[in-house]
Design a protein around this ligand. Structure first.
Ligand SMILES: [Zn+2]
Length: 182
């Protein structure tokens, strides 16, 4: 099933109308006069949506150019899917709660400060050779994020995001699992 929606964003004083087509595995983003359609593909291992149409830059992010303005793809996707103007996230970083810079799954993205981002990175590095290797879908940063629940998201949101059961999320919140992080 294809889910299609449209959204507009203000980019360099122009309103750009985007069309987003989404299936379970592919997201396609276009707008008038686009040079190259933006295509994201779901990675079945972690539910991350990775860009397959544009090259990754040296900093590990995909970037698109709209109206001569270079925009990091995950920032664009965050705004399109959450219906937020790009200037509203100016000065904020869009954090990858999954730890994958190349991911543009709007559910894996959360706005935050540079300090939070630095902390995220530290946590991801710390856990890189630990539980992320095995079959566990959760890592320490995910657990912290679920416990903090800054945005007040329901349990099923996290269950869906990390591909685990609602019961697993509840146990984390209640401190019955991942006790060493309490
Ligand atoms: Zn992701």
């Amino acid at each position: 099933m294809i889910n299609t929606f449209m959204n507009s964003l203000m980019i360099d004083y122009d309103i750009i109308f985007f069309t987003i087509k989404q299936t379970d595995d592919i997201i396609k983003i276009t707008y008038k006069n686009i040079k190259k359609e933006i295509v994201l593909k779901r990675n079945i291992k972690n539910n991350c949506f990775e860009c397959i149409s544009h090259q990754l830059l040296d900093d590990g992010y995909s970037r698109v150019k709209i109206n001569q303005k270079g925009i990091r793809l995950h920032r664009l996707v965050y705004c399109l899917f959450h219906n937020i103007e790009l200037n509203k996230i100016k000065g904020l970083v869009i954090r990858h709660m999954c730890g994958s810079k190349n991911c543009s799954n709007s559910k894996h993205l959360l706005p935050g400060t540079h300090e939070q981002n630095a902390w995220d990175r530290k946590m991801h590095n710390m856990t890189a050779c630990g539980e992320r290797n095995g079959s566990s879908k959760l890592n320490e940063i995910a657990v912290m994020c679920i416990r903090d629940n800054e945005n007040g998201m329901p349990d099923d949101y996290y269950a869906d995001m990390y591909g685990v059961t609602i019961d697993t999320i509840k146990r984390i919140k209640q401190g019955k699992s991942w006790k060493h992080l309490l």
